[in-house]
Ligand binder design. Structure first.
Ligand code: SF4
Ligand code: SF4
Length: 204
């Protein structure tokens, strides 16, 4: 059970601590702020990865992602094969006047087509200008920071482990096959060698 008045004492302690701290004034825009690398400024679109699956548009709680596409038929790659159809992107836009920067679209994209950029200076005087079309979303891609380096103590990803084991197995099989071939060639050479005829000195 809390002691009566303890909440008040805690609140006063916080107030006292804050009062004694020196205030720091950010000199923006003369000095650019040092933002954390994972800041949510704007969303960049890496169009090549987008398959127009519509997952991001469906999951966006604000319905502020607009996607248009059409289907195209891709001819069969092998004779007698089946034609395939694929989605072609016609429009991809995000209305940043509605976006609440929740990041759900980036999280749900299964093909890594959306990324956070820390850029935040895109205020507009006309609200319509805050709807960024695919070309502008693509430009934001070039401001996306590189992913942080992997933690050297992290567990090896299963896919890399499996790929490494497959390579090691293939290398072992190849060296075993090479050794067997060399042994067979040596045995063949020994078989084909003409028999040695005895010399008179050796008879004597
Ligand atoms: S960050 Fe959230 S609100 Fe903004 S576009 Fe993505 S899902 Fe929609
Ligand atoms: S979820 Fe990703 S791949 Fe699917 S439409 Fe959105 S950006 Fe494109």
């Amino acid at each position: 059970m809390p002691i009566p008045g303890s909440g008040l004492a805690k609140g006063l302690a916080v107030t006292l601590r804050t009062m004694t701290k020196r205030s720091h004034t950010a000199q923006y825009p003369d000095v650019q702020p040092e933002l954390p690398p994972r800041s949510r400024g704007v969303i960049g679109l890496f169009e090549e990865n987008c398959t127009v699956c519509m997952l991001c548009a469906r999951e966006c709680p604000d319905w502020c992602i607009y996607i248009d596409s059409h289907k195209e038929t891709v001819p069969a790659v092998t004779p007698g094969g089946r034609e395939r159809s694929r989605n072609v992107l016609d429009r991809f836009a995000i209305d940043f006047s509605l976006c609440m920067y929740c990041g759900i679209c980036i999280e749900v994209c299964p093909f890594d087509a959306l990324f956070w950029s820390p850029e935040f200076e895109y205020a507009e005087t006309d609200i319509h200008e805050l709807t960024h079309e695919r070309d502008k979303l693509r430009e934001w891609m070039w401001t996306v920071p590189a992913p942080p380096a992997l933690d050297p103590r992290a567990e090896e990803p299963k896919e890399i482990g499996a790929a490494r084991k497959a390579v090691e197995k293939a290398e072992a099989a190849a060296s075993a096959a090479a050794a067997a071939a060399a042994a067979e060639a040596a045995a063949q050479a020994a078989e084909n060698e003409p028999p040695t005829t005895p010399t008179p000195e050796s008879d004597a």
